[in-house]
Design a protein around this ligand. Structure first.
Ligand code: SME
Length: 160
């Protein structure tokens, strides 16, 4: 395993995803510990994009529970259907939120968070966890993030 990621800081967002995803695949390949892999996925995304908060919420005993993340401390438990994360769990589909204040029921773990994207990963056709990425700027995420993060969550699904 390489000791550092190779990411061109001046590259476009799409180019960064294209460079990053194969490196994440290599990083988790052959490692079966789920927490270790989830932790490295958040670290790799943080290093490549520098977003304010990047982390996983894992489905456990009927709730979402905070998993590995990079960023400030966050809410530990989220109920199904609540907030963006709970809605993604309930609907089993990615949600892109350009302005968190315009999302009814958004859970503000930090007032610095302005926009967000939440993407599910599946095990046995059910949502097993969600990846939540928060930005401290409005309108950060779009269909490019959705496309590549959904691709990344296929890798994650494989090691769950
Ligand atoms: N904003 C999320 C809660 C998680 S924090 O942002 C880290 C939500 O509405 O589900």
């Amino acid at each position: 395993m390489s000791e550092s990621l190779l990411i061109d800081v001046n590259a476009s967002k799409e180019e960064k995803y294209k460079a990053l995803i194969p490196q994440i695949n290599a990083l988790v390949d052959g490692e079966e510990d789920v927490v270790a892999n989830l932790a490295n996925v958040t670290a790799a995304l943080k290093e490549a994009f520098g977003y304010f908060w990047i982390g996983f919420y894992v489905v456990k005993n009927g709730e979402l529970v905070l998993g590995p993340f990079q960023g400030p401390i966050a809410c530990t438990r989220i109920q199904k259907g609540k907030g963006v994360c709970g809605s993604v769990w309930a609907d089993a589909k990615t949600i892109v939120v350009p302005d968190v204040e315009a999302f009814p029921g958004h859970i503000a773990c930090s007032s610095a968070s302005k926009s967000e994207i939440v993407v599910p990963a599946f095990k046995n056709n059910e949502v097993a966890l969600v990846l939540d990425i928060d930005s401290d700027e409005l309108n950060t995420f779009d269909e490019i993030d959705q496309k590549y993060l959904e691709e990344l969550m296929k890798t994650v699904s494989e090691f769950l």
